[in-house]
Design a protein around this ligand. Structure first.
Ligand code: MG
Length: 368
């Protein structure tokens, strides 16, 4: 029987602008402000849950204005449904709005959070709670000039960070020089090189060779080439001996199947903004079954969306590389409570849902 207490009664959403501490420059584009949407879902028993849409137009083609328009329709569509059927809701949302994965993800997260609060369990418990402990994240260094790059790296190093995800893929020679400068300043760190599809196969091989020449430790090459160029991903794995992570190449479970079949990666980078939460769980399970390793990251997200991703880490287990640092790149934190950062460490929480709170600040849309 339908449990009426979990019925979705109200959906609210509003735009949120959060400035970045430093311009976020990657091979595909640049951002100085995270233009996101916060959402709140209320159930008939009064339980409320929060979600966040963090569209990244340069990657997904989804901009905030179109997310807000899509949410009018998607929000109406879930009224009257039971939040207990969150998995089904997630799948239906994705089918209804293929071009708005961030909007769908925000709504789905809010439904899941509300359901967990109504059920009095932390969100990670929903997925098992098999790996609940402090975890360390990498830190992302955007593309910048040499001095700025080294200054940023030194700042994070002083806070305890040792795994540096360097955004690369715009210019091989300057990429190598930037990494070399950081390596000279901080010899005991390790690098992830995230090309965001910016390299050709030859560029990437030259990049890996250049880093090897100065003695840098490169533990992972993330999405070096165009998302469809799985042959080059496979070749780069073979020829460099460095593990490759598929990020933009995996925007659905079907994509993950293709990457595995073609031997194109060692890691799959799960992001709820690419696929929604339900499909992210399926991709994670498939990745483990296939013998590949799991990485998890995000777009320019606050602790709301990233708290949902951290819930997957704690709940499902098996995530080797955490790239859950974007709240640290934002100039302020518009959310209270929930998980905490202590340098590079993420500290789990034990209260229901995401255990977070935030109040609408502007142009709230209410659907009830
Ligand atoms: Mg990436």
């Amino acid at each position: 029987m339908h449990d009426m207490s979990h019925t979705i009664r109200k959906v609210e959403f509003w735009p949120v602008d959060i400035p970045m501490t430093d311009p976020f420059v990657v091979a595909t584009g640049a951002r100085t402000i995270a233009e996101n949407v916060f959402l709140r879902v209320t159930l008939s028993n009064g339980a409320q849950g929060y979600g966040e849409a963090a569209p990244f137009p340069e990657v997904g083609g989804e901009a905030r204005e179109s997310s807000l328009i899509a949410l009018q329709r998607l929000g109406k569509g879930i009224l009257g449904h039971s939040a207990a059927r969150y998995t089904n809701i997630g799948h239906v949302l994705s089918e209804q709005a293929l071009n708005y994965p961030a909007a769908c993800c925000g709504l789905e997260t809010a439904v899941i959070d509300a359901y967990c609060r109504a059920s009095n369990i932390p969100m990670w418990k929903l997925w098992g709670g098999t790996d609940v402990r402090e975890r360390e994240t990498d830190i992302t260094i955007p593309i910048a000039d040499l001095d700025k790059t080294v200054a940023l790296a030194r700042g994070w190093y002083a806070k305890g960070f040792r795994l540096f995800k360097m955004k690369v893929g715009k210019d091989v020679e300057s990429d190598i020089r930037r990494l070399e400068a950081v390596h000279r300043a901080l010899p005991d760190i390790a690098f992830i090189g995230d090309g965001n599809q910016g390299f050709s196969r030859q560029d990437c091989l030259a990049f890996a060779q250049g880093v090897k020449r100065f003695g840098g430790t490169m533990v992972l090459l993330e999405q070096p080439v165009a998302r469809d160029d799985l042959d080059s991903m496979a070749a780069i794995r073979r020829e460099t001996g460095i593990p490759v992570a598929a990020d933009e190449s995996v925007r659905s479970l079907a994509d993950a199947h293709e990457v595995v079949a073609r031997g194109a990666a060692d890691y799959i980078n799960i992001k709820i903004m690419k696929t929604g939460v339900a499909e992210a769980v399926e991709i994670a399970s498939f990745t483990k079954t296939s013998g590949l390793k799991l990485m998890i990251g995000g777009m320019l997200e606050t602790r709301i969306a990233m708290g949902c991703s951290f819930s997957l880490v704690l709940g499902l287990g098996g995530f080797d590389v955490l790239d859950l640092d974007t709240p640290l790149l934002l100039a302020n934190d518009p959310v209270s409570d929930g998980y905490r950062y202590d340098g590079p460490r993420l500290r789990p929480w034990s209260k229901p849902g995401l255990d977070m709170k935030t109040e609408p600040v502007a142009q709230v849309t209410i659907i009830e």
